[in-house]
Design a protein around this ligand. Sequence first.
Ligand code: BDR
Ligand code: CA
Length: 312
Amino acid sequence: MTAIPLIVDCDPGVDDAVALLLAFAAPEQLELLAVTTVGGNVPARLTARNARIIRQIAAREDVPVYAGAEQPLVRAAEAASHFHGESGLGWLETFEPDTPTAAGHAALAIVETVMASPARTVTVAAMGPMTNLALAIKLEPAVVDRLAQVVVMGGARREGGNITPSAEYNIFADPHSAQIVFSSGLRIVVLGLDATHQVRTTPDRLAAMEALDTPAARTAAQLLEFSQEVERRLVGPGPPPLHDPCTIAWLLAPELFTAVPVGLNVETSSPLTLGHTAVEFRQDDLGAPAIRWVTEVDADGVYALLLQHLTR
Ligand code: BDR
Ligand code: CA
């Protein structure tokens, strides 16, 4: 497998941080061109710092981190610090990283990186509100044809929402950007809650991670212990879902996932269902779909992949 040129757009965020650890640990399979950050789970200055903290723990200062949008395109910012802690990294001890953010806005970095690379080679893994990507498309519409694909964590269809009864957080946090991305014609794979709710951090899986005793595994385990506690406190008994790492797992081992072509639009005006993803499975109505929706995940396979990489 030749390494996939990749931009990770994220809002760390506990599960974003685990996704970054996985991506940083797979240099043979992923050529990480940049990490771009966006305000989301916590404000933008914290997501940019958190990405740099994880980069330092992973000893991957070769990868630039660009800070991006502080606000969603239209609506007011709405953090999810109840799920990620005030810092965004749960119980992880935070510090000021040695290496600063790279100069320039994340949206511009996406445009410049994609336009400077050969056509249809660069993938974006989007695991936060998609403000940076929407801005990039508006700044330079040619990125749509130029990108290979976008792998999105966001949305919900068969599962209900996790921030409102019908909306998943990343789409709810910036529904207007999400609609720009989904209606752009980009080739997109979507891992919504229908997929990520199949991948749970059970006590056995967490114990296996703790036993690895590498810096990356220790960090991931500490992050996910916080998720377990939050799930128990805010959602109910049962292991918490592992959302964002699924985007990286899709890139590393797509055979672990089943995806079907769909149509997809985002509700942007209803106060009741803002951020709902209307997913159309009926094949006759689809025309030439560019969007694939993940329906099934081999959760044991995703966890095995994660553990295998965190041993590095
Ligand atoms: C998504 O929302 C965020 O809180 C998580 O980081 C993940 O990207 C799950 O709905
Ligand atoms: Ca996220």
